[in-house]
Design a protein around this ligand. Structure first.
Ligand SMILES: Cc1cc2nc3c(=O)[nH]c(=O)nc-3n(C[C@H](O)[C@H](O)[C@H](O)COP(=O)(O)OP(=O)(O)OC[C@H]3O[C@@H](n4cnc5c(N)ncnc54)[C@H](O)[C@@H]3O)c2cc1C
Length: 427
């Protein structure tokens, strides 16, 4: 076990841990990172196969001036998504639709945006919030497929405070909140137009994680300890009384680490849930939507598909499939289909092929599949997680931080935004 006193100790070398470690190093601090596996990356792995690149979790990150600055520090070139990939589809009434709502449904949405107070009421779920503000059709055809695609959760138990409140600072109609969000962003540096939206790197998101790993390993006084589960928080505090500690170990591990340190956290181990997700990348010859271009299709619950959605990889980023082949990633599981994580790989491939046949009955023979099953991968954004976050906000000991995809935002851009904000306050 290392003994020198680093400025910062980080537990976990996934995206979150490596990010906090890198930002510390860029500030001139020394960092020790503990990673229980023999590799970095956590959920994110960019795997090169003879058929093309496979991302096992995130396939892209929403660009921001923060990501631009980080990439530039690491000498990385961002890969913008292709212009013709901007269109998003939702499967409604037997086909992929860009506007998945009827004339009357749209009128109801407009009325809600213009006139209904959008501040979150009490313990409202996202489902209740959506019905109240935007109307039933928008919930069924837009919010449900969209948010269950991102959070893998169930809108009926998803906490509106946790998911939406940061965008709803005023208890006023939605248009005023949208205007306030745009105004708040106005003074921030802007991203060049050609790189707005979702971006990645030529070698996938793994390239960013590898560059952060190299940055830590090559900095004097900083180290990554592989295959080393972090010692208990009490032991770390005793041995390194002056180092700040960031726990970036995912929800389940963070709960275990915290509850063995402070019994206050024990009850969250029982109530906070993590959801299983499955990704299956399929290489074939023909694009799923023929001549139509787009980012992907979301499948609303009850639309007859087992997948929650499909990403059209070859159309999102250049160079994702070899030899002019086509690559698609199907995402399954989450709160509405926990059972799928128990399926065999061959069964998951059949679910994928059955779903694909519903879209293009003629089909196209697959060249290859790559399946990844993530058990307990994503936090359920429910009332228990909201309580846990509040407990973390008020009762962490000084110099101890807990970060990750369960702290007010599941995506990589939210994790980056929080980390950027924290740089200013850390000593
Ligand atoms: C299928 C899927 C698709 C996604 N798509 C997107 C997307 O397109 N865009 C986007 O922005 N986000 C996406 N996400 C979310 C994003 O990938 C995750 O939120 C993010 O990768 C989480 O990173 P993390 O470092 O917080 O956690 P993890 O990746 O879980 O890393 C935690 C690390 O801590 C280590 N660890 C755990 N316990 C200990 C311990 N006691 N001691 C030492 N080490 C420990 C683990 O081994 C692991 O390496 C997706 C997620 C999934 C599952």
């Amino acid at each position: 076990m290392p003994s020198k006193q680093p400025d910062h100790i980080v537990i976990g070398a996934g995206f979150t841990g490596l990010l906090y470690a890198t930002l510390s190093i860029l500030k001139g601090e020394t960092v020790h990172v503990y990673e229980k596996r023999n590799r970095i990356g956590g959920l994110i792995q960019s795997v090169r196969t003879p058929f093309g690149l496979v991302e096992t979790a995130a396939n892209g990150i929403l660009n921001s001036y923060r990501l631009e600055a980080l990439a530039s520090e690491l000498n990385l070139e961002l890969l913008p998504s292709r212009k013709d990939s901007k269109k998003r589809y939702i499967w409604i009434d037997g086909g992929p639709k860009r506007i998945p709502i009827s004339f009357f449904g749209a009128l109801r949405v407009l009325y809600g945006i213009a006139a209904i107070p959008s501040g979150v009421r009490g313990d409202e779920s996202v489902f209740q919030w959506g019905k109240r503000v935007l109307g039933e059709e928008a919930v069924k055809n837009i919010l449900e497929p969209g948010l269950s695609g991102i959070y893998a959760g169930d809108l009926r138990t998803m906490s509106a405070k946790l998911v939406l409140e940061k965008f709803l600072t005023l208890d006023a109609p939605l248009w005023k909140n949208i205007r306030a969000t745009i105004a708040a962003k106005k003074n921030l540096p802007r991203v060049p137009k050609s790189r707005r939206g979702t971006v990645s790197f030529r070698g996938g998101l793994g390239e960013l994680l590898n560059a952060m790993e190299t940055k830590v390993k090559s900095s004097l006084g900083s180290e990554i300890f592989y295959s080393e589960t972090a010692p208990s928080l009490a032991a770390l505090r005793k041995k390194y009384p002056k180092s700040k500690i960031t726990i970036a170990a995912g929800l389940e591990s963070s709960l275990r680490i915290l509850s063995s340190f402070d019994p206050n956290f024990k009850r969250y181990v029982r109530v906070c849930r993590s959801l299983s997700v499955v990704t299956a990348t399929r290489f074939g010859k023909k694009p799923l939507l023929g001549n139509k271009n787009g980012f992907g299709i979301l499948f609303p619950p009850g639309s007859g598909f087992r997948a929650r959605g499909v990403l059209l990889n070859s159309q999102i980023f250049d160079g994702r499939a070899a030899d002019g082949n086509n690559s698609e990633t199907y995402i399954f599981g989450g709160a509405l289909d926990e059972e799928i994580a128990k399926s065999k790989e061959s069964e998951i491939i059949s679910f994928l092929e059955e779903d694909r046949k519903r879209i293009v009955p003629g089909g196209d023979d697959p060249l290859n599949h790559y399946v990844t099953v993530w058990k307990s991968a994503l936090p359920a954004y429910d009332a228990a997680l909201l309580e846990f976050n509040r407990e973390l906000d008020r009762s962490l000991p000084e110099g101890v931080f807990v970060e990750g995809n369960f702290r007010y935002g599941i995506g990589l851009s939210s994790i980056l935004e929080r980390a950027w904000g924290r740089r200013a306050f850390d000593r």
